[in-house]
Design a protein around this ligand. Structure first.
Ligand code: NAD
Ligand code: ZN
Length: 360
């Protein structure tokens, strides 16, 4: 069992990472001052496998929880689903101390978190992430949101959970492609923050791809520590938190250009990271060796390094419509000297960006 603390003053919370979190979950419920009734939000893939298990554990802790299942997939992160959840909360008579549990991937986490932040101006929220991406990224940091037909994650809030429980055994039912997706964000933490961690990933690729217990636990815990450290310093994204966006400027443009269907998020981030590394090399910020190390690790982790079917001018245009672009200025996160260090730059030439796009 590993525990990572996210330090946020009175909003601090613990992330529990292990192969059986039964006793921790029961204890947590017993010592919380929750109302007797709560809600588990999950999806149609995860609910049938783990919904009953979680419900039973909570019952042992004295909490009666209703299961609310949404259709699996990004389209459920909608205002329509949000409204349906609000209706269910009201029908059930949930009160200010009724907890909402998110059991699933990032879609469930973001939607359930936004519901928890909004119902009665905020009820206790607990994350039980079951995808690798949700465990290392979306369940940590307190960003919750739903999509609008005109754009992703446009309606949301910062809302921290009371605790996060990650059962590593539950990853065994996750499709392989979703494992690789999570690995994209994990590699990112090495590049932006920790050269030693990047080296660890490089030296343990086989065990990681096979989800060996020890390596998986370490990799997830270290990723959570890094995200927690960044978020603790900059909860509302006014400065440092922007480094988490490494590879994402291009990723968002690729996702948009390919209609959010060809590549999933982690795959688009993988291509975006190669692109950012390419720009960094072109600007003389890193040498050829560092660039090649990044590209090779991404490839070895079964992730794409080139985008197919994207027109460069359309892609370039899309960058300026990203939600993170303010006043037409793109904040590029670039490698800085060596793996493990990045800098933010607004001064990147169109030529360098387009050359990187040609390469990717
Ligand atoms: P997802 O929630 O759609 O999960 C991926 C797929 O795996 C789904 O089909 C799901 O049903 C299935 N699944 C999840 N756990 C499973 C398990 N243990 N066994 C079998 N199947 C399982 O997608 P995701 O990749 O987890 O998350 C993507 C979402 O996260 C996006 O909406 C993105 O915007 C959001 N996100 C949010 C943040 C944040 O900071 N809030 C950060 C990154 C991503
Ligand atoms: Zn991401």
């Amino acid at each position: 069992m590993r525990i990572v603390t996210v330090e946020l003053g009175e909003n601090s919370y613990e992330i529990y990472i292990g192969n059986d979190l039964h006793s921790e979950l029961v204890e947590f419920c017993k010592k919380s001052s929750f109302s007797r009734l709560g809600l588990i939000i999950t999806d149609t893939n995860v609910g049938p496998i783990y919904g009953g298990k979680l419900k039973d554990m909570l019952a042992e802790g004295g909490l009666e929880a209703e299961i609310y299942e949404i259709p699996a997939g990004e389209s459920s992160k909608s205002l329509k689903q949000f409204e349906a959840i609000m209706t269910r909360c009201i029908e059930l008579g949930l009160d200010r101390k009724s907890p909402i549990f998110a059991l699933g991937g990032g879609v469930v986490g973001d939607l359930a978190g936004f519901a928890a932040a909004s119902y009665m101006r905020g009820v206790p929220f607990v994350q039980v992430p079951t995808s690798l991406l949700a465990q290392v990224d979306s369940s940590v940091g307190g960003k919750v949101a739903v999509n609008h037909p005109l754009g992703k994650n446009l309606i949301g809030a910062f809302y921290q959970p009371k605790a996060v429980f990650m059962d590593l055994d539950w990853l065994r039912t996750l499709p392989k492609r979703e494992i690789y997706t999570g690995l994209g964000e994990i590699i990112k933490y090495g590049i932006i923050y920790d050269r030693g961690f990047f080296k660890y990933l490089k030296e343990n690729t086989n065990d990681i791809l096979n989800l060996k217990d020890e390596e998986t636990a370490y990799m997830i815990a270290r990723s959570c520590e890094i995200k927690a450290a960044v978020v603790s310093e900059d909860e509302k994204e006014s400065g440092l938190r922007a480094i988490l966006n490494f590879g994402h400027t291009m990723a968002h443009a690729i996702e948009k250009n390919t209609g959010y269907t060809r590549y999933n998020h982690g795959e688009a981030v993988a291509i975006g990271m190669v692109c950012a590394a390419h720009i960094s090399r072109a600007m003389g910020l890193v040498d050829e060796e560092a660039f090649a190390e990044v590209e090779n690790l991404i490839r070895i982790m079964q992730l794409p390094v080139r985008a197919q079917g994207c027109d460069i001018d359309t892609l370039y245009e899309a960058i300026f419509h990203d939600k993170k672009t303010v006043n037409g200025q793109v904040k590029w996160v670039l490698m800085d000297g060596e793996i493990g260090k990045v800098r933010i730059s607004k001064e990147v030439s169109e030529e360098d960006v387009k050359n990187a796009m040609k390469y990717c």
